[in-house]
Write a protein that binds this ligand. Structure first.
Ligand SMILES: Nc1ncnc2c1ncn2[C@@H]1O[C@H](COP(=O)(O)OP(=O)(O)O)[C@@H](O)[C@H]1O
Ligand SMILES: [Mg+2]
Length: 427
C-alpha cells in the first residue's frame, strides 16, 4: 500500500507559528490563505520533515521566535517523524516503536513528490527520459531511434546521388546508327606522316636555294673589294649563275601534296568516337541511377519497419497514464507536447509519472494551485481520488475549496470543512 500523510503539526518553521492539518486520505487538500501568510512554508516543512537535509530551509526558525522549530508528521503506515531541538534532529519511530532514520523514509518518499516543480521544469526530453526509465524501454527505444536516424540520413544521401545521376544521364546526348566500339585512325595517320616527310625534303631544297643565293651575294661583295681576284671571282660567279639557274629550275617544278583529305578523315573518326563514348557513358549513368534508386527504396522499407517497431514497443509498455507517449525523445499527452498541455493536464501527467517513480509514495505536494479555475480544480481533485492519491496543495484563496486557511502563520480549520468531516464521520 502506498504511504500517505495522516496528520501534520508544525511550529515556528519559516513563516509558521503553529499549523495543524489532517489532510484527506484521497484527493485534494487545499491550504488557502492570502499572500505571505505561510502556505508554502507548510509544504516546505513537509519536504524538510520527510525529505531530510536536502530540503532544509536556509532559515528554518521563524524570526521573532525564541523557540526552536518543531515538526511532526504522522504517516498512515504508523511511522511518526519528528524534528525538534537545537539542531532540529530527526526522530523516526516505526509502528513497533523502533527507531529508524532518513533511510527508512527514503524507501517510500519520492523526492519529486516533495518537489514537483523540479520535475515540471525539466526539459521535454528529460521528462520523456524519466518516463522511459519507468517503463523500462528507454534503451531499446533509443537504439531504434539511432538506427532510424542513420537509415534516414543514408537514404537522404543516396536519394540525392540517384537524382543527380538521373539528371546527368538525361542531359547526355544519344547518337543512333554508330558502331558500338571506337575506330582506329593509325593507318591514315601513317600515310599523313609519309607525305609530311616528303614535304620536309622539299623544304630542305628550298633552304638550299636560299643558301646559294646568300653565297652569290657574298661573291658580288667580294668583286667590289678584291679587284685583283676579279677575274677569278667573275668566273666563279658565272659558275654560280649557272648553278643557280639549275637550282631555280628544280624549285620551280616542285609541287607540295595536300593532306587535307586525310585530315578530314581523321577528324571524322574523332567525331564518331566521341559519339560512341557518349552513348557508353549514358548507358553507365542510367545503370548507376537505377541501382541508387533501388537502394533508396530498400532504405524506405527499413525506416518504415523501424518506426513500426518503435510504435509496437511503446504500445506494449506499461504506461502510467493513458494517452502518454514518447516521440522523438519528447513526452506527448494525447498527441500534444508539454507546452501545449493545459495546466491541469501538466499536473496530471507530472503527478502520474512521479507516482510511478515510487509507487510506495501515496502523496504529492503542489504549490500555487491558483493557476487552476475552480472547475478544473474539482476535475483534478476527482482524478486524484480515482487514482487513490493524496495531494496537499496551496492556493491564494479563502474560498470553499480550501480545507484550511493559514493566517499570519496559524492554521484556521474552516467551518465548512469541519462540517464535511463531521458528516463523513471522521470524529
Ligand atoms: N524564517 C522566517 N521567519 C519569518 N518569516 C519568514 C521566514 N522565512 C520566510 N519568511 C517570510 O514568509 C513569507 C513567505 O511565506 P510563505 O509560506 O511563502 O507564504 P505564502 O505561501 O502564504 O505566500 C515572506 O514574507 C517571508 O519574508
Ligand atoms: Mg506561496
Amino acid at each position: 500500500m502506498a504511504v500517505k500523510i495522516n496528520s501534520l503539526e508544525f511550529e515556528n518553521v519559516k513563516r509558521i507559528k503553529a499549523v495543524q492539518l489532517t489532510p484527506s486520505k484521497n484527493g485534494l487538500t487545499v491550504i488557502g490563505g492570502k499572500n505571505s501568510q505561510g502556505k508554502t512554508s507548510v509544504l516546505d516543512s513537509i519536504a524538510w520533515a520527510l525529505g531530510g537535509d536536502k530540503f532544509k530551509p536556509s532559515t528554518p526558525q521563524r524570526e521573532g521566535s525564541v523557540v526552536e522549530p518543531h515538526l511532526k508528521v504522522t504517516l498512515d503506515n504508523g511511522i511518526v517523524v519528528e524534528r525538534s531541538g537545537k539542531n532540529s534532529s530527526l526522530k523516526v519511530i516505526d509502528p513497533n516503536g523502533n527507531r529508524g532514520g532518513q533511510q527508512l523514509l527514503n524507501s517510500f518518499v519520492e523526492q519529486f513528490a516533495l518537489d514537483l516543480p523540479k520535475f515540471m521544469n525539466q526539459t521535454s526530453k528529460e521528462k520523456a527520459a524519466t518516463l522511459l526509465r519507468i517503463i523500462g524501454v528507454g534503451d531499446e527505444l533509443y537504439q531504434l531511434e539511432q538506427k532510424e536516424q542513420s537509415a534516414y540520413n543514408q537514404r537522404h544521401a543516396i536519394g540525392q546521388i540517384a537524382d543527380q545521376k538521373e539528371k546527368f544521364a538525361k542531359e547526355m546526348p544519344v547518337f543512333p546508327g554508330v558502331p558500338a566500339e571506337t575506330v582506329s585512325a593509325s593507318e591514315l595517320i601513317r600515310q599523313q606522316q609519309e607525305i609530311l616527310a616528303r614535304n620536309g625534303d622539299n623544304e630542305r631544297l628550298r633552304r638550299n636555294k636560299e643558301r646559294i643565293l646568300n653565297e652569290r651575294d657574298n661573291l658580288v661583295e667580294k668583286i667590289c673589294t678584291m679587284r685583283l681576284e676579279l677575274q677569278k671571282i667573275e668566273q666563279l660567279l658565272a659558275d654560280k649563275e649557272s648553278e643557280l639557274k639549275i637550282a631555280c629550275k628544280t624549285v620551280e617544278n616542285l609541287v607540295d601534296e595536300s593532306t587535307a583529305e586525310l585530315e578530314k578523315n581523321i577528324s571524322d573518326i574523332e567525331e564518331l568516337n566521341k559519339k560512341i563514348r557518349a552513348n557508353l557513358d549514358r548507358e553507365k549513368a542510367e545503370i548507376d541511377a537505377e541501382e541508387y534508386r533501388s537502394q533508396y527504396n530498400e532504405l524506405t522499407d527499413t525506416i518504415k519497419a523501424l518506426r513500426q517497431e518503435k510504435t509496437d514497443l511503446l504500445k506494449g509498455a506499461d504506461l502510467p497514464l493513458e494517452g502518454l507517449s514518447v516521440e522523438n525523445g519528447e513526452l506527448l499527452f494525447k498527441g500534444f507536447k508539454w507546452d501545449n498541455m493545459s495546466s491541469s493536464e501538466q499536473l496530471i501527467v507530472a503527478t502520474s509519472i512521479v507516482r510511478k517513480l515510487n509507487p510506495e509514495c501515496g502523496f504529492v505536494l503542489l504549490d500555487k494551485l491558483e493557476q487552476l479555475d475552480s472547475d478544473t480544480l474539482k476535475e483534478f481533485g476527482s482524478w486524484l481520488e480515482e487514482q487513490g492519491l493524496q495531494a496537499i496543495a496551496t492556493r491564494v484563496s479563502t474560498g470553499d475549496e480550501c480545507s484550511i486557511i493559514i493566517e499570519d502563520g496559524n492554521s484556521i480549520v474552516k467551518e465548512t470543512t469541519q462540517k464535511k468531516e463531521w458528516k463523513a464521520g471522521a470524529f
